[in-house]
Design a protein around this ligand. Sequence first.
Ligand code: SF4
Ligand code: SF4
Length: 205
Amino acid sequence: MNWFLKGLKKGIKTEKFPKTNPIDIAPWSTELNGSGNVNCPTKAIDNGSWNSERCIYCRRCYPLYSPTGNIDIFKVNKKNNIFRRSFYVYPIDIGTCGGCNLELKLISSPQYDMTRFGIFFTNTPRHADALIIMGVMTEGMKEPLLNAYEAMPEPKLIIALGVCAISGGILGTGSQIEPDVIIPGCPPNPYTILKALIEAKGDKE
Ligand code: SF4
Ligand code: SF4
């Protein structure tokens, strides 16, 4: 059967999210809940409270702490509804393991289909509304990161994707550019990424 007929037979497979909550999330990239002190390698658990911005999801704290399935672990400190109709994001890898890149790429797949929310990738910072930073700050990427930031037109948003870019995780230090949007996870869940981007562009869905 050719792909066209196969598509007609199977119908639309794109998630209804965010109007309907996802049912097939990978739990270990969601909020952790529990109590007790754990020898957490990144100090994400300190005095019995969990800090999403430091968690590398190594599961060392299980079963004292376990995932709740709550994907709303992102923070949008600044949004701009000028981007409501079209929001162009420019991803930059400043020192990743490749995990964040894969999950970010997934939001453009037919399952998540970011374009229906007016979100697009651009391959030049000149056309970008938001810079998505992934990975720890490596020496060789300091200048390219700064150049990309300066090449972007105003207004612009800075998004830190993944614990490496936010706090350095277990590998090093974060991007050192103050982010407007923080998307925790190691790597972040595609649903979390999509939901954070939808909110950052000033659109609820
Ligand atoms: S999963 Fe690992 S990094 Fe995250 S809180 Fe538990 S022990 Fe710490
Ligand atoms: S946050 Fe995790 S998945 Fe993303 S680059 Fe760092 S180590 Fe890799």
